[in-house]
Write a protein that binds this ligand. Structure first.
Ligand code: HEC
Ligand code: HEC
Ligand code: HEC
Ligand code: HEC
Ligand code: HEC
Ligand code: HEC
Length: 368
C-alpha cells in the first residue's frame, strides 16, 4: 500500500513539474567549437531589415504587434496562431500593447533556451487571409508574417473612394500570397496561374542561401541578412546560389540588383524581351511613372501625382470597380517587391487584366 502511494506521488509530481531540459550552454555560448554559429548568424542579422527596420514601436498595437514585434509574435504563437482570435484580443479595451517592444530577433524565430537547439519556433502551414493554405516547409515561418492582410474579393462590394488612403491595399509584405498564386483581385472570366511553389522550404532556401566564395563572407547577402542582394565593396551583389540548380545560366543584370532571367515575351511592349524583373517594372510604369503620364496619374481625379506620390483623391471621386481593382493589383505587385521572381506569371496576369480594365484598347495578345 505504502509503495503504491509513493509510486502514485512520484507520478503525480512528475506530471506537475516537468523535468528541466538539460541544456548544454557551451554548445552555443562556448568560445571553442560551438555547435552552432551564433555569432556569425548575429553578424548577418544585424544587417537585416528585421534588425534595423525600426517599425516595432510604431506598429505595437491593433494587432500589428504580432508581426512587427518579437514579443507579439511569441504571444501569437502561444495563442495558437489564429489571426481572428488575436485581433479580438488586440482590440480589447484597454488596448494591450507591449511595454518594451523589440524588432523580430533570434528568439522570435528560435527558442533555444527551451529547446536546447536552433530549431524554428513554428513551421506550421499558414492559412492566408482568403483561406488559401500556404505550405512551403521552413518558409512557413516567414509566411506567418509576410502575408496580405486584406481579402479583396470580400472588401470590393463595399468600396468607395472614401475607403482609400495612402496605405490602402494588401499591406506591405504580401509575399506568401503571391507565391501561392493568390491575393490579387481576380477579374471574373479570367484564368490565373496558381500554386507555383517550386523551391523546397520556399523563402528560406532563396533568402538564406549562403553565397559562394568570398561574398559568402559578407554578412549583408544571404544567411541571416535575409537579403537577396546587397552592397558589397561598393557594388550591388546578388545571391544567385539558390537559383543555379534550376536556372544554371542565371547572371546579374549589370549595374542593378536584378537577376538576368529572360521572360518568354515582351510583356511591357517596349520592343525587346528583357529579364523578367525589367518586364514587370515596365508594366508597373504604365500605372505610375516618372514622366507623370501613368494611368493613375492621368485618371480624373488622379490617384497619384505627376511626381508619383499618392494624390489623396476626394472622398466623392467617381471611381468604379476597375479602378479599385487595378489599384489593388498594382500595389500588390509593387509591395511584393520581387518584380516577378516570386511568381512572375501570376503577377503579369494581374497587371494585364488591370491595364485592360483601365483601358479596353490595351493590347493583351501576349497575356500569359
Ligand atoms: C541552442 C543554442 C543555445 C543554447 C544551448 C543556449 N543559448 Fe543562450 N542564447 C542563444 C542565442 C541564440 C542567444 C541570443 C544571442 C544574442 O543575441 O547574442 C542567447 C542569449 C543568451 C543570453 C543573453 C540574454 C538574452 O536573452 O539575450 C544569456 C544570458 C544566455 N543566452 C544564457 C544561456 C544559458 C545560461 C544557457 C544554458 C542553460 C544557454 N544560454 C544555452 C542560444 C543558446
Ligand atoms: C515575426 C514576423 C516575421 C517573420 C517570422 C519573418 N519576417 Fe521578415 N519582416 C518582418 C517585418 C515586420 C519586416 C519589416 C521590419 C521593419 O520594417 O521594422 C520584415 C522584413 C523582411 C525583409 C526586408 C524587406 C525590405 O523591405 O527590405 C526580408 C527580405 C524579410 N523580412 C524576409 C523574411 C524571411 C525570408 C523570413 C523567414 C526566414 C522572414 N522574413 C520571417 C516580419 C517577419
Ligand atoms: C526571421 C527568422 C529568424 C531570425 C530573426 C533568426 N533566425 Fe536563425 N534561422 C532561421 C532559419 C529559417 C534558419 C534555418 C533553419 C534550418 O535550416 O533548419 C535559421 C538557422 C539558424 C542557425 C543554424 C545555422 C546552421 O547553419 O546550423 C543558427 C545558429 C541561427 N539561426 C542563429 C540565429 C541567431 C543568433 C539569431 C539572432 C541574431 C537568429 N538566428 C535569428 C530564422 C531566423
Ligand atoms: C500579418 C503580419 C503583419 C501585420 C498584422 C502588420 N504588418 Fe506591417 N509589415 C509586415 C511585413 C512582413 C512588413 C515588411 C514587408 C516588406 O518590406 O516587404 C511590414 C511592413 C510595414 C511597414 C514598413 C513599410 C515600408 O515600406 O517601410 C510599416 C510602416 C508597417 N508594416 C506598419 C504596420 C501597421 C501600422 C500595422 C497594424 C495596423 C501592421 N503593419 C500590421 C507584416 C505585418
Ligand atoms: C525563388 C527564390 C525566392 C523565393 C522562394 C522567395 N523569394 Fe523573396 N525574393 C527573391 C528575389 C530574387 C527577390 C528580389 C531581390 C532583388 O531583386 O534584389 C525577392 C524579394 C523579396 C522581398 C523584398 C526584399 C527587398 O529588399 O525589397 C521580400 C520581403 C521577400 N522576397 C520575402 C520572401 C518571403 C517571405 C518568401 C516566402 C513566403 C520569399 N520571399 C520567397 C527570391 C525568392
Ligand atoms: C527548384 C527549382 C527552382 C529554383 C531553385 C529556382 N527556380 Fe525560378 N523557376 C523554376 C521553374 C520550374 C520556373 C517556371 C518556368 C516556366 O513556367 O516556364 C521558374 C520561373 C522563374 C522565373 C519566371 C520566368 C518566366 O518566364 O516565367 C523567374 C524570374 C525565376 N524563376 C527566378 C528565379 C530566381 C531569381 C531564383 C533564385 C533566387 C530561382 N528562380 C530559383 C524553378 C526554380
Amino acid at each position: 500500500m505504502k509503495k503504491v502511494l509513493v509510486f502514485a506521488l512520484v507520478i503525480a509530481c512528475s506530471m506537475v513539474v516537468p523535468a528541466a531540459p538539460t541544456i548544454d550552454c557551451m554548445g552555443c555560448h562556448g568560445s571553442t567549437a560551438p555547435k552552432y554559429p551564433i555569432l556569425g548568424a548575429k553578424l548577418g542579422y544585424e544587417a537585416s531589415v528585421h534588425s534595423i527596420g525600426g517599425n516595432a514601436r510604431y506598429s505595437n498595437a491593433g494587432g500589428c504587434q504580432r508581426c512587427h514585434t518579437n514579443e507579439g509574435f511569441i504571444e501569437y504563437v502561444i495563442m495558437g496562431m489564429d489571426p481572428v482570435a488575436y485581433n479580438d484580443y488586440a482590440s480589447r479595451t484597454p488596448v494591450p500593447f507591449i511595454n518594451y517592444p523589440s524588432q523580430p530577433g533570434c528568439f522570435t524565430c528560435h527558442d533555444p533556451h527551451s529547446t536546447g537547439d536552433m530549431s524554428l519556433r513554428t513551421v506550421k502551414p499558414v492559412t492566408l487571409v482568403d483561406g488559401t493554405i500556404y505550405d512551403g516547409g521552413k518558409g512557413n515561418l516567414c509566411a506567418s508574417c509576410h502575408q496580405s492582410r486584406t481579402n479583396i474579393a470580400k472588401v470590393m462590394p463595399t468600396m468607395t473612394a472614401k475607403s482609400l488612403n495612402a496605405n490602402w491595399g494588401a499591406h506591405h509584405g504580401p509575399q506568401a500570397d503571391v507565391i501561392a498564386g493568390t491575393g490579387g483581385y481576380q477579374f471574373a472570366g479570367k484564368k490565373y496561374t496558381a500554386h507555383t511553389m517550386m523551391v523546397n522550404d520556399s523563402c528560406v532556401t532563396c533568402h538564406m542561401g549562403q553565397p559562394d566564395g568570398r561574398y559568402g563572407f559578407s554578412p549583408k547577402v544571404g544567411g541571416h541578412s535575409f537579403n537577396m542582394a546587397g552592397n558589397v565593396h561598393e557594388a550591388e551583389v546578388i545571391n544567385m546560389n539558390a537559383c543555379l540548380s534550376c536556372h544554371p545560366d542565371v547572371k546579374q543584370v549589370v549595374g542593378t540588383p536584378l537577376y538576368a532571367i529572360k521572360g518568354k515575351s515582351d510583356y511591357d511592349q517596349n520592343g525587346k524581351i528583357e529579364p523578367i524583373q525589367q518586364e514587370v517594372q515596365g508594366l508597373l510604369n504604365k500605372f505610375v511613372n516618372k514622366a507623370g503620364n501613368g494611368y493613375f496619374q492621368k485618371l480624373k481625379p488622379p490617384m497619384y501625382t505627376t511626381g508619383g506620390k499618392w494624390a489623396g483623391p476626394p472622398a466623392d471621386a467617381p471611381y468604379k470597380l476597375e479602378h479599385f481593382a487595378a489599384l489593388y493589383n498594382y500595389k500588390l505587385v509593387l509591395e511584393d517587391k520581387s518584380l516577378g521572381v516570386h511568381n512572375a506569371i501570376y503577377e503579369i496576369e494581374l497587371l494585364y487584366d488591370s491595364l485592360q480594365a483601365l483601358d479596353p484598347k490595351f493590347n493583351v495578345s501576349v497575356r500569359p
